[in-house]
Design a protein around this ligand. Structure first.
Ligand SMILES: [Mn+2]
Length: 318
């Protein structure tokens, strides 16, 4: 029997959720199960999860949207946009398995999963406390200051940076296996993480300079467009470090795989948010949370992405 764990790719919370799920499954559900892993990412226009990803005898999705496939046997998610296809939510509500869970009010999928596993299945999550606490802090943007989120001094933030930038499919599954048994700070200190981190830190510092050059604050909203620089994965807290009083950040980015519009509300000024950003992103085929969301377009659709960003800016300023 093989359990295939599908996780939100290039995301600290996605990898941490997969590690917690694995340890929970092996301790409380079926010891000795062979586990395999695969990352899922958002495609253009909110494309559905292909049936071909469900490769296990059982399949779990963590920190990523729902699927009505009968091959999906476990699901944990906290995205407000967790139900994207017609009938997804009704299908989930009708589920009687007791193995599918969704709570859009939770800050991280990792802590949500650990809490459900503890309360309903008697799982002892204490050995993974460091990992769970950092996932809650990172995914919930609970940093005491934007400076901490941008300086990347803490080992967990260095690991986060490496996971977000990774393009090698077997790498994150390997990290997920390590995180099940070794302390997070020990894993982050390994050459496996530190070797790729050092050039990423230099690149990150260059991104800070690009955002400093391009970002403009208008009506409490920061906007910048780095599609021409072919930048997609940049640290989402840079703009708040530069503009601590901003209400929202809207930016256009681009990689070989997609053009992306990201929208976020200032985690250090929560009282300024007046929009559900996930609802806005869903109108463009994207999704996320009420406080931070994004939408993807095809790589060649830069003009469409820029038009969407302009419409969203107008809506947020109105
Ligand atoms: Mn998450």
């Amino acid at each position: 029997m093989r359990m295939h764990v599908l996780f939100h790719d290039n995301c600290f919370d996605g990898a941490a959720s997969a590690a917690v799920f694995s340890r929970f499954f092996l301790e409380r559900i079926r010891p000795g199960t062979e586990l395999s892993y695969q990352g899922l990412s958002h495609g253009a226009g909110g494309s559905a999860i292909p049936e071909s990803v469900f490769q296990g005898d059982e399949n779990a999705i963590v920190d990523f949207r729902y699927s009505q496939s009968p091959r999906l046997t476990w699901w944990f998610d906290h995205h407000a946009s967790g139900f994207q296809d017609t009938g997804d939510e009704a299908h989930f509500r009708a589920d009687k398995s007791g193995r599918k869970f969704h709570d859009p009010l939770r800050k991280s999928c990792t802590k949500y999963l650990a809490d459900v596993a503890a309360e309903r299945f008697g799982f002892d999550s204490r050995p993974l406390k460091e990992l769970i606490d950092w996932a809650e802090l990172i995914d919930g943007a609970q940093f005491p200051s934007p400076e901490m989120a941008v300086a990347l001094r803490e080992p967990a933030l260095q690991l986060m940076t490496v996971l977000e930038a990774n393009r090698d499919p077997p790498f994150i599954p390997h990290v997920i296996r390590l995180l099940q048994d070794a302390a997070l700070s020990k894993v982050a200190a390994l050459p496996l993480i530190q070797t790729p981190f050092q050039p990423l830190l230099a690149r990150h510092r260059a991104h800070v300079e690009v955002v400093r050059r391009k970002a403009r604050l208008d009506n409490d909203i920061v906007f910048f467009d780095v599609a021409d620089e072919n930048l997609d994965g940049i640290n989402k807290f840079i703009a708040y470090d530069l503009f601590p009083d901003a209400r929202y950040v809207v930016w256009v980015g681009k990689s070989a795989q997609r053009t992306k519009v990201s929208i976020g509300s200032n985690p250090w000024r929560p009282e300024l948010r007046r929009h559900d950003l996930s609802a806005i992103a869903q109108r463009y085929g994207g999704g996320g949370h009420s406080v931070v969301a994004a939408m993807s377009f095809r790589p060649e659709e830069v003009a469409r992405a820029r038009a969407a960003a302009a419409e969203i800016l107008a809506e947020l300023r109105a």
